[in-house]
Ligand binder design. Sequence first.
Ligand code: MN3
Length: 198
Amino acid sequence: MSFELPKLGYAYDALEPTIDAKTMEIHHTKHHQAYIDNLNNAIKGTDLEGKTIEEICQTGTDKPAVRNNGGGHFNHSLFWEILTPGGSTEPVGNVKAAIEAYGGLEKFKADFSDAAKTRFGSGWAWLVKNADGSVSVTSTPNQDNPLMPVADAKGTPVLGLDVWEHAYYLNYQNRRPDYVAAFFSVVNWDKVEELFNK
Ligand code: MN3
């Protein structure tokens, strides 16, 4: 079975003014769909067919088309899920405790924002859960993610921010720092907690 574009749990205009409707629609129906189509083509007839997207990120990324498009599919699927209209402002539950152990919400936000703003070119900022239950902040280039063997810092992604220009350029143009700052107002911390507890 091939991968399909996941439905969003909210309307394209639901995240305005943080993320505008046009950006959401193009990002979801064009960019994410293209990663899925290219991934399906790249794995067709190979031993990666039938594996989960997590398994593909962990084991199949020696092939550039799988690395770029498998990462693209995993990363965007996670991104849509950790966004919500009028997001909760504070982490909850176990991820809240882990962020407190990390140094607190303000330190996390500062480090995460720094990772997002200083990622040169295109990529992602991440909050990852480590094997010992602690959390770390990291970033990856292009469509790489912390599940991949090539990642500098590995772990289970529980929150990710797309800092490719296609994610913000219509509304923010070159002002990536404004986009990063606004992002925290639409984070679905309940979903982050769910991913943390998986
Ligand atoms: Mn994107």
